[in-house]
Design a protein around this ligand. Structure first.
Ligand SMILES: [Zn+2]
Length: 61
């Protein structure tokens, strides 16, 4: 069963939106351009998708 490439945040597939490749701990994930700002500015939102991710300490603004 081949794994479909979907955005880790919004679950849209590469059929619907261009996906960017993320690598974390040797695993490949994908994120779309619309969700990239979420990863950059609200990384905690995606923390459950990336167990062990190190969050910025002063991200509470
Ligand atoms: Zn997305």
């Amino acid at each position: 069963m081949s794994e479909m490439k979907v955005c880790v945040n919004c679950k849209r597939s590469e059929e619907k939106t261009p996906l960017l490749v993320l690598t974390f701990k040797g695993e490949e994930n994908f994120i779309c351009a619309q969700c990239l700002p979420v990863l950059i500015h609200k990384m905690h939102v995606l923390a459950d998708k990336f167990p062990g991710i190190e969050l910025p300490q002063n991200a509470g603004q």
